[in-house]
Design a protein around this ligand. Sequence first.
Ligand code: 5AD
Ligand code: SF4
Length: 440
Amino acid sequence: MRRYHLTTFGCQMNSHDSERIKGMLESLGLGEATSKEDADLVVFNTCTIREKPDTKLSAYLGDAGARKRENPDLVIAVGGCFAEAQQERIFDLYPQVDVAFGPGSIPHLGDWVGVGGEGVARGRFGTHEHFAGHLPPHRERAAHAWVQVSMGCNSTCSYCIVPAVRGREQSRRPGDIIAEVTRLAFDGVREITLLGQNVNSWGRDLSPDIRTEFGELLRACDAVDGIERIRFTSPHPKDFREPVIAAMAECDAVCEHIHLPLQSGSTRILKAMRRTYSRERYLTLAARLREAIPDLALGTDVIVGFPGETEADFAETLEVVEGVRYDSAFTFIYSPRRGTDAAVMADQIPEPLKHERLERLVEVVQRIAAEKNAERVGNIEQVLVEGPSRTDPTLLRGRTRRNTTVLFPGVGEAGNLVDVTIEGSTSTTLRGSIASAVPA
Ligand code: 5AD
Ligand code: SF4
C-alpha cells in the first residue's frame, strides 16, 4: 500500500483542510505513514501569514529533497496558502516539489499525486469552485469537528496576506452546513467549531432566496439533536451585530467563549491597519458581550510592531489588554508580507524593538490568564472529554465551555461530559477531579 505523510502549518482553517486532504487520500487507498521517512507521498499544508512558517517550510523541503535524491519515486506535494501565494515561483524556489496546489483545489488532489491514475501533475491554483464538505474528513478529535461556513475574506487589513491568498468571501449554503452538522451529530460529534476567515459576516453574499445571517445559523445549529457545544472563529469586531449576540445568549449549545481579535489598542494604528473600528468601539463591544453573556471567556489576537507604532500606541495596547482581562491571547510580531500595503509603509519598526514589545505584552497576557484561571478554582465546570493527557496516561484531558483545558484523573471516553471540581490552575490549564457524571 502507498503511504502518505502530512505536515500542517497555520490556522484552524488549515487544520480542517488537512483533515479533508487526509480523508481524500485515504478514500483513494493510501494509508497514513507514521513518519515522513516511511512515506511514498509527503504533503505539506502550508501557511504564509507570517515569515516564520515560510522559513520552517523551507527547512522541511530541504530534508524532503534529500530523501528524494535517495528515492526518486518519492512524491512531494505542497498545498495551502504559501503554495497559493508563491504559485509563480514555487517550482523555481523548490525544484524538488512535484505538485503544488492552493486551498481551493483540495478536491482534485488525488488526480495529481498519481493515485487517480493520471500520473503526477505540477500545479493547480485559484480554483475555489466549491466547498470540500463532500470529502470524507479524517477527524483528529472524535467528539469535535470543524465545520467550514465560508471561505475567503472581503476585509482589506493592510498587514494581511489572506485576502490575496484565499480570495473573496463566499458563504456556504445553510442547507449544506446543517446537513453536515446533522451527519456529524449522528457520528457522535458533540462539539462543533464553525470556521470562516470572517465568520460573522457569513450569509451576506447568499442568493436572495436563501439569504440569512450568522445569528440564524447559530440557532439552526443549536437545534440539531446531539450537538452540545457550538463555537465559532474568527469573528471580526466590525461585523459583530446584536442578532448574533442575542443568538449566543439564547442558544444553550453556544459556548460562553469568543475569540475577538483586537490587533492593536491604538485607534491611530487600527486606522493604519484598516480594521475600521476604534479602540472605543471595540471596548464597547467587549462590554456589551460580557453584559449579554454571563461568565463569557474572551480571547484575542494582538500584533506588536506594526509600522509607525510608537511607545504611546503600544502603551494603549497594553492598557486595553489590562482593561479587558482576556482569558487567552495570541501575540504576534508584525511580519511584512509581500504585496500587502503595510509592507511598504514608512517607519517599519526595528526587530529588537518589536521583540522587546512582544516580551512586555506576553508578560501581561500570561499574568492575567493565570489570574483568571485561578479564579476558577473551587468551581464545578462541565468538561467535554477529549482523551488521555498527552504526557500522563493516568489523566484525562478535556475542555470547559469557556475553552480552557482541564486535566483530571480518571478513565473515560472521548465525548463524555463530566463535572469536574477545579482544584488547581496555571496560565494555560486547570486541574481537578471528577465531581459526577452529567446525565446524558
Ligand atoms: N504579521 C503578524 N501577525 C499577523 N496576523 C495576520 N497577519 C499578520 C502579519 N502580517 C495575525 C493577526 C491575525 C492572526 C491570525 O495573525 O493577529 O488575527
Ligand atoms: Fe490560515 Fe492565513 Fe495561514 Fe492560510 S495564511 S493557513 S488562512 S493563517
